[in-house]
Design a binder for this molecule. Structure first.
Ligand SMILES: NC(=O)c1ccc[n+]([C@@H]2O[C@H](COP(=O)([O-])OP(=O)(O)OC[C@H]3O[C@@H](n4cnc5c(N)ncnc54)[C@H](OP(=O)(O)O)[C@@H]3O)[C@@H](O)[C@H]2O)c1
Length: 222
């Protein structure tokens, strides 16, 4: 697909989710900037991914550099670091798509839904970054452990929320590149439902001893 290959900057890309996404998008042909608060940490993670994948189109950088060099910016930091990270990248992401994966978990009770007063982390992101940034939220119900294991065939579905259809579609294509099925799931306000599902999945994992439960959307035909 023309223009499908993207330059992706991952903020907090050294973590479980960020590094899993980096690997899968790298293998799919995208150019990746793994961001970190410290460049050295990012470079260490990048060296590991290069060695594992044999692909070198990935660079370890600071979060600000990832936000500057990427055309699609992916936010993968804990909720506790959400606001300070937004402040750090604000001026570098104007005019871009920001994919927010943040789940507003409240440790230690992570198996209980705990949404912020604004409704969701993604709505907070859209409010803060402003109308010149197209915030899309997704991937809340995808286990990083499954992403990191490239031999694992992913079966999950992903709810994609955001105020602009065209931005949601770009993210849907990137989600397909991960091996997942994405669904347009409405405006950024609907991200509350997807973010809340994470705690529900964590509860299901504990209760049924599952390793990374996910979701699938079905259509019942009568
Ligand atoms: N893990 C999953 O399976 C999963 C699934 C769906 C959604 N999510 C969401 O994705 C986000 C990342 O999850 P994760 O499990 O990858 O998190 P993580 O590994 O704990 O952290 C990700 C990265 O965030 C940075 N970070 C940590 N504390 C920070 C702080 N106080 N200030 C600034 N940066 C900080 C670190 O990067 P540096 O030290 O290199 O700066 C770290 O490597 C979370 O919001 C989570 O809810 C996770």
């Amino acid at each position: 697909m023309e223009n499908h290959i993207k330059m992706i900057g991952i903020i907090g890309g050294t973590g479980s989710l960020g590094s899993g996404l980096a690997q899968r998008w790298l293998v799919a042909g995208h150019t990746i900037f793994v961001g970190s608060r410290t460049r050295e940490k990012a470079c260490t993670v990048v060296d590991e991914i290069r060695a594992k994948s044999g692909i070198t189109n990935i660079t370890g950088v600071t979060n600000i550099e990832a936000a500057t060099r990427g055309e699609i910016i992916v936010l993968t930091v804990p909720f506790g670091a959400h606001q300070t990270t937004l402040e750090e990248i604000y001026e570098h992401v104007q005019g871009k798509i920001v994919l927010d994966t943040t789940v507003p978990l409240k440790p230690p009770r992570v198996a209980r839904v705990s949404l912020p007063e604004r409704g969701s982390a993604a709505a907070m992101t859209q409010d803060y970054l402003g109308e010149h940034v197209s915030v899309v939220s997704a991937l809340h119900t995808v286990s990083a452990a499954h992403l990191i294991n490239l031999d694992h065939k992913l079966n999950g579905h992903v709810l994609i929320c955001g105020n602009r259809k065209a931005s949601r579609q770009i993210i849907a294509d990137l989600i397909e590149d991960l091996g997942l099925k994405g669904w347009h799931a409405g405006s950024i306000e609907n991200s509350a439902a997807s973010e809340a599902l994470t705690s529900t999945m964590i509860f299901i994992n504990k209760f049924y001893q599952f390793k990374g439960a996910g979701i699938q959307i079905i259509s019942e035909e009568y």
